[in-house]
Design a protein around this ligand. Structure first.
Ligand SMILES: Cc1cc2nc3c(=O)[nH]c(=O)nc-3n(C[C@H](O)[C@H](O)[C@H](O)COP(=O)(O)O)c2cc1C
Length: 145
């Protein structure tokens, strides 16, 4: 059975809601979806997954959350090479610089980014944003089906 890992950091629950929707879109077709907070996620979880979705909101000054998510992302730099990946996260007031920088970082790791850009949602996902999150999960699933 193919496995999709969805791991995220979320302070106030918006990116967590996105992760739940990505998981919904990735489910079905005999895929095992593993949804975890980054604090419970190991590098082996990434190794063992056929595809990975990573979620983190814009924090600090347009950066990834620095105590858990950024070190985790750095720790999987060699593991994601060639692995289908997508990235997503919620933001508040910025222009998405954190997501563009993160996408570039993942490209530098040679991850196989299967969506053209990271998915950003302003605040809580609602309406069309919910569909975009589910679609992102489906895109990831389709990349390994
Ligand atoms: C400490 C802190 C720093 C933040 N920095 C940014 C930022 O640089 N740019 C931005 O667009 N939003 C920023 N935000 C807003 C969050 O990205 C936004 O509230 C998001 O919805 C939080 O997602 P979460 O509920 O998954 O934690 C910041 C929020 C906090 C608490």
């Amino acid at each position: 059975m193919k496995k999709i890992l969805i791991t995220y950091w979320s302070g106030t629950g918006n990116t967590e809601q996105m992760a739940n929707l990505v998981a919904e879109g990735a489910s079905g077709d005999g895929i095992e979806v593993i949804l975890k907070n980054v604090s419970e996620t190991s590098t082996d979880d990434v190794k063992n997954a056929d595809a990975v979705a990573l979620g983190c909101p814009a924090m600090g000054d347009e950066v990834l959350e620095e105590s858990e998510m950024e070190p985790f992302v750095d720790s999987i730099s060699s593991i994601v090479e060639g692995k289908p990946c997508v990235i997503f996260g919620s933001f508040g007031w910025g222009d998405g610089k954190w997501m563009r920088d993160w996408y570039e970082k993942m490209e530098g790791y040679k991850a196989k980014l299967v969506a053209d850009e990271g998915l950003m949602v302003n605040g809580e996902p609602a309406g069309a944003d919910e569909d975009s999150c589910k679609e992102l999960g489906k895109t990831l699933k389709d990349s390994i089906s």
